[in-house]
Design a protein around this ligand. Sequence first.
Ligand code: PGA
Length: 258
Amino acid sequence: MARKPMIAGNWKMYKTAEEGAELAQGLGERIRLHWDDVDVVICPPFTALKSVSAAIGSGGPNIGLAAQNVHWEEKGAFTGEVSVPMLADLGCSWCIVGHSERRGMFGETDESVARKVRALLAAGIDPILCVGESLETRDSGATDSFVRGQVRAALEGIPADDAARVVIAYEPIWAIGTGLTPDAEAANDVCRAIRAMIGTLFGQSVAIQVRILYGGSAKPENLGQFMAEPNVDGALVGGAALDAASFSAMVETASLYL
Ligand code: PGA
C-alpha cells in the first residue's frame, strides 16, 4: 500500500498572526498543483492558528493546520496551557507532540507525551509524534533501541486503529537547526526500526500504513535523497518552512514520490 507523502512545516516561535496568514496564503498559491498528492501541514505558533486557519479555510488551499504542543486535560487551572478542544475549535487536524525542543527545554517526558497522544486521538486530532537521539546516544551505538523505546512509551496500549493515524517524525537532535544531516541510508535504517516497532506493537497492517517523516535540517537540496528511501514518507521541516519558495519546492519534490 502506497503511503501518501507528507510535508509538515514547524514554524516554532516565528511569525505573528499577520505574518503567518501571509505565509500560508503565499504557500497555498504555490502548491496548488499538489493539493491532492501530498499532505501539506503547517504548524504555526498558538497565536497565529486563528489567522492561518482563516487564510487556508473553507474553499481555500488544501493545507492541514497543526499546533506545536497541547495539554492533555480538557480544561482547568493550567496557566499557560492550551487544550485539545481549543485546538479543534480553531480547525487543527494535527498536533506535534514530543518535539525534542520541548523534551529538552520544557520538561516533556515520555509520560506526558503518551498522555497528549491519547487525548488528541480521542478528540479526532492526529498526532505528529517526534522521536530522535542525541549525538551521545548515536555515538554509543544505541540509536535504534533509544528511538524504539520512545515509540513504545508513547504508543503502547492504544487501539491499533488509532495507531494507524499517528505520524512519526524521526528527528536526530544533532541534525535540528545545525545544517548537519545523517546519510539518507542511515536515516532509513532508523525509520525501518521504528516501523518494525510499530509492527511489534500493532501488527503488520498498521506498520505498513504509518507514515514516518525525516526531520533535521531538511531542505529543498537534500529532501529528494531522503524521500528516495523506502521507509521515509516525507519531512518535518523547521527553518526551510518559514519561506514559501523553499517550502513549496519541498512539497513539489515530495509529489514525485507518490
Ligand atoms: P530544522 O528543524 O529543519 O530547522 O532543522 C526541524 C524541526 O525541529 O522539526
